[in-house]
Design a protein around this ligand. Sequence first.
Ligand SMILES: *Cc1c(COP(=O)(O)O)cnc(C)c1O
Length: 455
Amino acid sequence: MATANRSTRQWQSLDRDHFLHPFTNFSELNAKGSRIITSAHGAYIEDTDGNRYLDGMSGLWCVNIGYGREELAEVANAQMRELPFYNAFFQTAHPPAIELARRLAQIAPGDLNHVFFTGSGSEANDTVVRTVRLYWSLLGQADKRVIISRTNAYHGSTMAGASLGGMQFMHAQGGLPIPDIVHIGQPHWFKDGRDEDPGEFGLRMARELEKKIDELGEHRVAAFIAEPIQGAGGVVIPPDTYWPEIRRICRERQILLVVDEVICGFGRTGHWFGSDYYELEPDLMPIAKGLSSGYLPIGGVMVSDRVSRVLTEEGGEYAHGFTYSGHPVCCAVANANIGILEREGIIDNVRERTAPYLQKRWRELADHPLVGEARGLGFLGALELVADKATGAPFDKPGKTGLACREHAFDNGLVMRAVGDTMIIAPPLILDESQIDELVGKARKSLDDTMASTA
Ligand SMILES: *Cc1c(COP(=O)(O)O)cnc(C)c1O
């Protein structure tokens, strides 16, 4: 490998000197140095010191079919030789983008029959903001501009993406949110509703949408955007009452429903989309991550007939696009990725076999003294670490225990992520039962080590 010629310390020092990392605490990085990952196969990654880790996070929620797929490398190679790039502006197109658009229309729920391609999930959500406002303005309702989102939501890191997101620490950097984006509460029962019946809590949080629409005036509200399950916010699984109530409100009101499937899409819940699991009919549906299993950057927004009809019949020129909208190599690889998901029956296997097993084993961790709640759905899981198991009370210094647990997990050969004091997993969908046992065993050991080191 071309990367074998420097020592770990040399890599770390060059990294510190030149590489401005995304979402990284620089003082921590400078004090400790990065882990330098060099290769990956199946569900495992390897670093410059030869340590091997079970990747409980699928990279960043994206490597759904696992690492090391030769087929994707070959498809990318062939497409680069045939047509490495051409744009889709000004009435041109190419087979890989058309083929992928057709296939996405087949697997997407409802009448999401068109797709606008982007390079990422953030760009997809920028596209959402512009598209929903354009839609209402083409219908003569230019005042319908406000988009309602939720606190602690994650919709990306561009100006619009971070504004739609509900992360205060992100808003604080750069004077966000941009105008006409507002937030309601999140259906996080463990955090915000523990002394309430979960079903009642779910209804109450859903009805915040109705209240907000009334407060603003329906004539001003363009859309509601939400992840089926909040991912980066800490794998927040809404109570069963939540989505049916949101569905009712969206049916009764003239607003668009935008379901951000960047994490839940492409099999994460054991269905093609989280919208299939929760029986949602999105008007727009941002996708990315699992679309290519992370092998190349690509995202998009799936658009329903209701919306695409207005854009294509009333719209004239759509003044929006990225150089890499529908990049041929990315599209070819995404196509092959979907082909693998289908051919190997990966999503059916998750739904019928491995997700039930993962969820059963993951919930066993609820008996651990540090764990206030163990929850999950499909190939997503979360553990709430708490100071007092009986009351669920949080720690005095939020985030410290989570970080310690994440470091112990690394030491034990497992990648788990810490969101404050919530430990989360989103492993590759190809994990078999013995690898699920390995994951849960290493997670338990990491909890034990955390107890011992923070006691
Ligand atoms: C990751 C993520 C995004 C942003 O995608 P990028 O490709 O990082 O820009 C948007 N929405 C959700 C739900 C995500 O998890």
